[in-house]
Design a binder for this molecule. Structure first.
Ligand code: NDP
Length: 407
């Protein structure tokens, strides 16, 4: 059916690439391009031999001219940006210049300010529309599937959704005292930032990890979870009519938090450059270099993830609640694609999002968040491609659990 250019060859990209190759009817050809070409070549060597034709290339995705030259050479139907959020705008610029569809899994973040916001990418709306191409923003799990779940809940079960709680639980154990499950720099920037949620049209800011709840996750058990700001809150607050409150919670074990606090206290999570032996270094980037590579966690991680959304709203004038979630097993993911569940749960929706655009199921020029499309074909594809979902029409709500003090 078509050709995809995949930029980045890290944890998430590796899963997406495995899945594209499994789905060779749609992905007849892929080009894997990244900063370190040897990683692309290694993956190609592992996956070659099937129906999907694989090529590789070296590219610096911070450089728009290099990207344009590559896109012109490969002539893909879509560019899948699975590099880092810092590259979103350069890749979008190159897509505009070459009139090519675009997809990513995380919103733009300037490298020197830990601030992620959609405003930069939403600014491209008119230009994408005029060029007749589509940018699908946030096609991972969260953001991504959480937006699809929201659109699905609204389409099938509610007249109006008033409350959404997104719950992201990772009960995986990799056996290291401290490691992050995806890019450490991005992960630590996210969890050391202030928390924020949206209520009655306003953003309410909290201290990092200030709000804690305990939730008994299906198939996983009871876990501590903390309110974080997460990027899909911004788009869902705009795109879900009638919404009164939306929050995001992520589980963390006490040991992870103690390590993080200690690293923060000694300045290791800072993104302010410092002078070290005559060289400028960024402490957080140095920390990334000494932490285990997230890709190496795959063979060691046991346990499950459970990510989903609890909705509360109205149907036919009556109160209604609905919980939809996916449970993913780290070891099963590793057996299938050689990666743990955090990369798996992001890489599969990235492939599905690209498939939606390539097959024309989702087709409207402009820049869109995932909840702005028809959720049904995506929900069906989740079941088919490894992320089946479950529903509960009488879930325990987050605030029905006892509120524990901050530790
Ligand atoms: P990794 O660090 O494992 O991989 C990033 C890849 O991008 C590497 O291959 C890296 O190359 C490449 N890269 C970085 N900078 C450049 C550049 N300038 N030019 C070309 N290639 C570059 O990250 P992950 O796979 O864990 O994450 C990928 C993306 O997915 C991130 O944006 C992350 O925020 C997002 N994500 C989204 C989630 C969701 O649910 N929506 C969940 C988890 C992650 P090199 O090998 O040379 O370093």
């Amino acid at each position: 059916m078509g050709k995809a250019l995949i930029i980045g060859c890290g944890g998430v990209a590796s899963v997406a690439i495995h899945k594209c190759v499994q789905n060779s009817e749609v992905f007849e050809e892929i080009c894997i391009a990244s900063r370190t070409k040897s990683k692309c070549d290694e993956l190609k060597a592992k996956l070659d031999g099937g129906k999907t034709k694989i090529t590789t290339a070296q590219v610096d995705a911070d450089n728009v001219d290099e990207l344009i030259a590559l896109i012109e050479k490969v002539k893909p139907d879509i560019v899948m940006n699975l590099a880092l959020p810092y590259q979103d705008l350069t890749i979008m610029d190159a897509c505009l210049a070459t009139k090519t569809n675009y997809l990513d899994t995380a919103n733009y973040e300037p490298e020197d300010t830990a601030k992620f916001e959609y405003k930069w990418q939403w600014d491209y709306r008119e230009r994408f529309e005029k060029a007749g191409i589509t940018a699908l923003l946030g096609s991972g799990f969260d953001p991504g599937v959480t937006g699809v779940f929201s659109a699905y809940a609204l389409k099938h079960y509610f007249d109006e959704i008033e409350y959404i709680d997104i719950l992201d639980c990772n009960a995986g154990d990799h056996g290291y005292p401290f490691a992050t499950n995806f890019n450490p720099e991005i992960n630590i920037r996210e969890v050391s930032a202030n928390g924020r949620y949206w209520e009655n049209g306003e953003w309410i800011e909290t201290q990092p990890m200030e709000i804690k709840r305990v939730y008994n996750f299906p198939e996983v058990g009871e876990k501590d979870m903390y309110l974080l700001y997460h990027e899909e809150l911004e788009s869902l607050a705009v795109n879900m009519p009638g919404l009164k409150r939306i929050r995001f919670f992520m589980t963390f074990g006490q040991s992870y938090l103690t390590h993080l606090k200690c690293l923060e206290n000694v300045g290791m999570t800072s993104i302010e450059p410092i002078e070290f032996e005559g060289k400028q270094i960024i402490p957080l980037q140095f920390l990334k270099a000494v932490l285990p590579d997230p890709a190496s966690l795959g063979p060691r991680t046991k346990g499950k993830t459970n990510i989903g959304c609890i909705f509360k709203g109205k149907k036919d004038g009556k109160d209604k609640t609905y919980y939809v979630y996916n449970v993913c097993d780290h070891e099963e993911c590793y057996r299938e694609v050689g990666s743990q569940a955090v990369s798996y749960t992001t890489g599969v929706p990235a492939m599905i999002g690209a498939m939606m655009l390539m097959t024309g199921k989702w087709n409207k020029p402009g820049v869109y968040n995932i909840e702005e499309f028809d959720p049904d074909p995506f929900m069906e594809a989740l079941n088919k491609w490894g992320l089946p979902w479950k529903e509960d029409f009488n879930p325990v709500l987050v605030d029905a659990e006892p509120i524990k003090d901050k530790e």
